[in-house]
Design a protein around this ligand. Structure first.
Ligand SMILES: NC(=O)C1=CN([C@@H]2O[C@H](COP(=O)(O)OP(=O)(O)OC[C@H]3O[C@@H](n4cnc5c(N)ncnc54)[C@H](OP(=O)(O)O)[C@@H]3O)[C@@H](O)[C@H]2O)C=CC1
Ligand SMILES: O=C(O)C1=N[C@H](C(=O)O)C[C@H](O)C1
Length: 253
């Protein structure tokens, strides 16, 4: 039985993760914490996040799954490193210095972080790398659309896709142009990036490649947060028992 701790238990993703883990064979939620007080989630009492270090030491879960914000997420992963608990991180929007905290924690425990735990996005990324390598001179524009609560822009997934595009074009210095306004003709090699926020859209990413009198679009649309939760739990099952280090969702597939 894999014992799972969930942070951000009262958030949209935390609730999905607790519900999915509760339903999954061979998995049990043994700890759930949140910043503010919330009613039980899927029958699990939610405790104060300030107690997390002590609760990790007392209950010794196998893995912690985190979907919160960068600042609490880095604190939680540091607590995991102190307690010897593996971590799966779905939070996005980290700064470079926050990422280096996660890297430090990964010297003690396995830390698997991914901006998107949908299996379809893993497939999209492979398709994008192949398509961009096949038409490296085509113009590239990336558009992502999310619900109006989302704080970080561009999305973590968009940033990952941009890295994939640059890697496939062997152009680490591509100019990322965020939106356009006024007189701003397109420069060769630039990548246009567009972030839309509206309603309750779960998450959409579209890469457009155009040149040579043709247009190719590659799109993923998440229709439920359940796909992210299931992917994060697949990652949690995979990461338990692995040695300390940094891992990506692609490692677990
Ligand atoms: N990797 C992936 O596949 C996915 C990643 N995400 C990412 O997951 C994260 C969470 O998304 P979502 O669940 O929609 O967000 P929500 O706003 O619904 O939930 C955020 C959670 O973080 C907690 N939180 C907020 N501020 C703090 C703080 N200062 N200290 C401690 N806890 C805090 C909230 O607690 P409280 O209830 O007290 O406010 C809440 O539990 C985002 O970064 C998002 O981009 C989302 C979907 C998929
Ligand atoms: O905030 C969200 O909701 C999502 N965030 C992730 C991201 O920033 O890429 C993944 C997904 O698109 C949903």
């Amino acid at each position: 039985m894999i014992e799972v701790a969930v942070t951000g238990a009262g958030g949209h993703m935390g609730r999905e993760v607790i519900a999915a883990a509760t339903d999954r064979d061979g998995m049990a939620v043994t700890l759930a914490v949140n910043r503010t007080s919330v009613d039980p989630v899927a029958g699990h009492e939610v405790e104060d996040e300030g107690e997390l270090p002590a609760l990790l030491a007392a209950r010794e879960p196998d893995v912690l799954v985190d979907f919160t914000l960068p600042d609490p997420s880095t604190r939680y992963v540091e607590a995991c490193a102190d307690a010897g608990v593996a971590a799966v991180v779905g939070t996005t929007g980290f700064s470079e210095s926050q990422l280096s905290v996660l890297t430090g924690a990964a010297e003690s425990v396995p830390v698997l972080r991914a901006a998107n735990f949908a299996r379809g996005v893993a497939a999209l990324r492979r398709a994008i790398r192949e398509a961009v390598a096949a038409v490296p001179s085509y113009d590239v524009e990336l558009t992502e659309t999310h619900h109006n609560r989302k704080r970080d822009a561009p999305s973590g997934t968009a940033l990952t896709i941009l890295d994939d595009v640059e890697g496939a074009r062997d152009d680490a210095d591509a100019d990322r142009v965020h939106g356009r306004e006024g007189e701003q003709p397109r420069e060769d090699g630039e990548i246009g990036v567009h972030a839309r926020r509206a309603g309750d859209v779960t998450g959409e990413h579209e890469l457009l490649l155009a040149g040579n009198h043709e247009v190719l679009t590659l799109t993923h649309r998440a229709e439920s947060r359940g796909v992210f939760a299931e992917g994060a739990l697949d990652a949690a099952e995979w990461v338990v028992g692995h040695s300390a280090g940094e891992y990506d969702f692609e490692d677990a597939l």
